[in-house]
Design a protein around this ligand. Structure first.
Ligand SMILES: *Cc1c(COP(=O)(O)O)cnc(C)c1O
Length: 394
């Protein structure tokens, strides 16, 4: 059996040689960009600013998060002593229940985080309305979405970008906080207090980039995935080591962003190829097909079928994945930051147990898509396990 494996996600790190494109980002009209050490750091700073701008006197500030999401959401808040308050998602989707979000707002709430998922944005208008009615701010976590939904209509007070591995623009780390221009005067004095550094883009960085890009190849990815120490594909809580500014990231982002615009678009082809699954009870959990899907999400009719599909696809060299695998409160290390005995989140648990993602990055070939189609189209004709022969009455 071959160990080659088409990676589940991830784009190449951009090249530093050649002419750097102009840093002309679609969000710049409404937002000021501050480059930070990670997306988590950017979210931490966004929440911190919301608290300082909105409820400076609060001694126990709270921020609302979806109960299905990555543990970095929690790490960001607790870094500034802000309490994460989870809200269940609606059934079969990664989006927060609007009613539950509204109900979760207390007098300590400073913001709601609208978290984009695999390229799709949250319902920003609706969450803006909730935030407005309740007198709290709105943060758009656009770590998985390029570009943020607030670009044209600046509904979010702050937006967050991530440039880590598996994100739309991969710069091997880093993030950005987008500050809506009406918040600049109040925010910049706080940003100015942060430590600053330059990213060293010398030989070391260039070598790291070469190695990184080489490891994305199926032959090497398949081997890496088998090294348990690397923990590839696992979701664990890691605390945020700190927040600092990175001065020279703009040119890199301009290169990465130019790469996003040039990426081949497979989305329509996937919808057509996998559309038949709708007849077998599968669903596409996003509201529309985004411009730049990070992974192609499918919501399976049951956990058992989802798991069977993942096993089958991986055996055939396709890095299909369950993504976060658990709801946020079930991810190890997260519960200690939540209210003891806080309510359960049945829809988030169900979503985590039935989500399947297919690779949809720039190195997917037609042959890969054919294998995925074949593996999924014959799934329901799998032999059910044979019943055990009745023994004892021979
Ligand atoms: C990855 C991610 C983050 C954190 O970004 P890092 O750059 O990895 O710290 C935050 N929010 C979401 C939704 C993410 O997917």
């Amino acid at each position: 059996m071959s160990v080659a494996k088409l990676r589940p996600v991830g784009s190449r790190v951009p090249n530093l040689s050649g002419v750097c494109p102009e840093a002309d980002f679609p969000w710049s009209h409404h937002y000021h960009t501050v480059y930070l050490n990670s997306g988590t750091a950017a979210l931490a700073m966004a929440a911190h600013l919301c608290r300082i701008l909105w409820k400076p006197g609060s001694t126990s500030p709270e921020v609302i998060l979806p109960a299905y999401g990555c543990p970095d959401l929690v790490a960001a808040l607790v870094a500034y002593d802000i309490k994460p308050v989870l809200v269940d998602v609606s059934r079969g989707v990664p989006w927060m229940s609007l009613v539950a979000a509204e109900r979760a707002v207390t007098k300590e709430t400073v913001a709601i985080v609208a978290v984009g998922f695999l390229g799709g944005t949250e319902r920003l208008e609706a969450l803006r309305a909730v935030a407005y009615r309740k007198g709290v701010l709105l943060i758009e976590d656009s770590a998985q979405v390029m570009t943020p939904g607030s670009c044209d209509d600046p509904v979010a007070d702050f937006c967050v970008l991530s440039f880590g591995r598996g994100k739309p623009v991969n710069l091997m780390g880093g993030g950005a906080l987008l500050i809506r221009r009406d918040h600049m005067a109040a925010s910049l004095p706080i940003i100015d207090e942060l430590e600053q550094s330059d990213l060293n883009l010398g030989l070391g960085w260039r070598l790291r980039r070469q190695v990184f890009n080489a490891l994305l190849a199926p032959a090497l990815y398949g081997i890496l995935e088998r090294i348990p120490q690397l923990g590839i594909g696992e979701t664990v809580f890691t605390s945020l080591p700190g927040v600092h500014r990175v001065n020279n990231m703009e040119g890199l982002l301009a290169r990465g962003y130019a790469g996003v615009l040039k990426r081949p678009v497979f989305e329509g082809q996937y919808m057509e190829t996998f559309g038949f699954l709708a007849y077998e009870g599968w669903q596409f959990p996003l509201r529309s097909i985004p411009r730049c899907l990070l992974r192609f999400p499918l919501f399976a009719p049951s956990e058992e079928i989802r798991d069977r599909a993942i096993t089958r696809l991986n055996r055939r060299g396709i890095g299909a994945s369950a993504f976060y695998q658990r709801s946020l409160s079930q991810i190890s290390g997260v519960a200690r930051f939540l209210d003891a005995g806080s309510e359960k989140f049945p829809n988030a648990v169900d979503f985590a147990s039935r989500l399947l993602t297919l690779p949809i990055h720039e190195n997917v070939t037609q042959a890969n898509i054919d294998v995925m189609f074949d593996a999924l189209s014959t799934l329901s004709t799998d032999q059910a396990p044979m019943p055990l022969p009745v023994t004892g009455n021979r």
